[in-house]
Design a protein. Structure first.
Length: 168
């Protein structure tokens, strides 16, 4: 049983896409959720920005075969985080980057960064963290192999078309 220490194990699909440069044994007994072949509708609670992000990312993730039924929640987190980051960015553009705090007598106490900067940073960090799980970060994208040459097994083809690969 894993003690929970060290790096998180990479999902089998990402190992297949990234390759196995360390030549470590690839686990064969890990549960594999079903791949999605149709793009799921955006969750109703997402705001307009979140739905726009969903409608941009979800079809691409389904197309390259990374999106499974269990990854929906990771993508939701990405959409919420990027929506928050965009809203905070808009506020940053419309306000000063620093603000003065006042003492009780009205005199200046200190100068601080606007709270929108922290919100923006945290939201982008959350997006990066969740996006890396789906291969969205630039470094993960560079490491992905064979995206244009997606290999499907006969069962995947059967699920999509209802016909076996040999025509039966």
């Amino acid at each position: 049983m894993r003690s929970g220490r060290g790096r998180k194990p990479k999902p089998l699909e990402l190992i297949k896409l990234h390759g196995n440069p360390g030549k470590r044994p690839i686990p064969t007994d890990t549960p594999q959720p079903d791949k999605l072949y149709n793009v799921p509708a955006a969750p109703i609670y997402l705001d307009e920005i979140g739905k726009e992000i969903w409608n941009y990312l979800a079809p691409k993730l389904v197309k390259i075969g990374i999106m499974t039924e269990l990854d929906i929640y990771v993508l939701e987190n990405c959409c919420v985080a990027l929506s928050v980051a965009r809203k905070a960015s808009k506020e940053l553009q419309e306000s000063a980057l620093v603000c003065a705090t006042k003492n009780e007598d009205g005199s200046n106490k200190s100068i601080q960064r606007t709270p929108y900067l922290s919100v923006w940073r945290e939201a982008l960090s959350e997006f990066d963290s969740n996006g890396a799980k789906l291969g969205l970060s630039p470094s993960d994208r560079v490491r992905l192999r064979g995206l244009g040459k997606k290999e499907e097994d006969e069962f995947d083809e059967f699920l999509k078309t209802g016909k076996a690969a040999n025509g039966r």
